[in-house]
Design a protein around this ligand. Structure first.
Ligand code: ADP
Ligand code: MG
Length: 355
């Protein structure tokens, strides 16, 4: 998963400006994440996992007489980083001996995977079916032809390579066996890549852990995948800024007030390179193997579970405004805002009032 190599420039940029900024200060919409740390009791940790910058901030915890807020929060944040590290090693398509790497290098042999990996592959297949293959967890061989991350080697892949590999992206080639928690890939050239859903899944697992540790108020931000735990310590909603595409981190297209929700964005401006005045971005059309070309700049999804938001943001981006909106309207408990390339906002029927 998580496309290519580590890029220091990208990190600095992401720390300053994740795709979605959470504005925990009630003051105004131009606050940055660091503003909110002033004056509030908060413990934060930043790390680099899943090929992106992650940050977790805890604002409130159930009291424990023996330890201070800071002592307990620090320990819990250690736990969050350990969870992230474990999932990075389990779900990366590139890390040798990860579950996904093992499946992709199994030569069609049955591969037993962890319960978590199995659950995520099953969920991925569900979303592949639900979106008619717009979200495709078996695009691995095509994804590895592209490089949207590091500045070197950003070339358009050879057409022949795309044509050859696109024939090996049918997600029906991924055969699951729940009893054995095992996977067989029936076509040796079909490769799994869960980069479009894994961060959402992992955010949910981190939230489960935080709740188990009696955290009452926190923000999990995995490279712009935001998952809120509870509300602000004073009981009011968090404010989540949805970035205006290509305008930099502190310009928002809209601000959403929310508690306990996931807000995830897929956009053309996240990872891309330019060649001959054309933008090549990282969301690929499974029919062609090339970046999706439609009227969209971004799709943001509000949902309870981040795994659903992550899968749906990618799926809806590929489906485009009309079909994507149709999918959102028929899926219970999710709302979306689509931003088109004329910077217009298109919201689903239950989307919160935009501020
Ligand atoms: P982000 O990388 O910010 O989480 P997405 O959730 O939209 O954004 O995931 C995009 C990533 O998923 C790409 O970098 C690529 O690895 C992979 N991908 C690209 N197109 C598709 C697709 N149609 N279906 C599934 N995965 C995809
Ligand atoms: Mg996604």
């Amino acid at each position: 998963m998580y496309s290519n190599s580590f890029n220091i420039k990208k990190i600095t940029c992401l720390i300053a400006a994740s795709i979605i900024l959470v504005l925990t200060s009630c003051k105004d919409t131009s606050s940055t994440l660091s503003d909110v740390l002033v004056g509030d009791e908060v413990a934060s940790r930043t790390g680099f996992y899943f090929d992106t910058v992650i940050s977790i901030s805890i604002f409130s915890l159930e009291k424990d007489g023996n330890y201070s807020f800071k002592e307990r929060a620090d320990k819990i944040l250690d736990g969050c980083m350990q969870i992230s590290d474990r999932y990075d090693k389990l779900l990366s398509a590139e890390k040798e001996n990860s579950d996904i790497w093992n499946i992709n290098n199994s030569n069609q042999k049955e591969t037993v995977v962890s319960k978590d990996t199995f659950e995520l592959i099953e969920t991925s297949i569900k979303y592949a079916n639900l979106s008619n293959g717009a979200f495709n967890p078996s695009l691995g061989s095509i994804i590895s032809l592209w490089n949207f991350t590091s500045n070197d080697n950003q070339i358009i892949p050879d057409k022949k390579d795309i044509e050859k590999n696109i024939k090996h992206t049918d997600f029906c080639n991924v055969i699951v066996n729940k009893d054995k928690s095992s996977i067989i890939i029936s076509d040796n050239d079909t490769k799994i890549n869960l980069g479009a859903i894994a961060k959402g899944f992992i955010a949910d697992k981190i939230k489960d852990y935080l709740c188990k540790e009696k955290v009452k108020s926190a923000i999990i931000n995995l490279g712009g995948n935001v998952l809120l735990v509870g509300s602000k310590p004073n009981g009011s909603d968090f404010k989540v800024g949805i970035e205006k595409p290509f305008e930099g981190s502190s310009t928002y297209a809209c601000v959403v007030n929310a508690s306990d929700k996931s807000i995830v964005t897929s956009g053309v401006y996240e990872r891309y390179f330019e060649k001959d005045d054309k933008i090549y971005h990282h969301i690929l059309d499974p029919k062609t193997g090339y970046p999706v070309e439609n009227s969209l700049y971004s799709v943001s999804i509000i949902s309870d579970k981040s795994v659903d938001g992550d899968a749906l943001s990618t799926a809806c981006f590929v489906l485009g405004l009309d079909k994507g909106m149709e999918l959102i309207e028929k899926t219970k408990g999710v709302e979306a805002v689509f931003i088109t390339n004329d910077y217009k906002l298109h919201t689903s029927s239950g989307f919160p009032k935009i501020k």
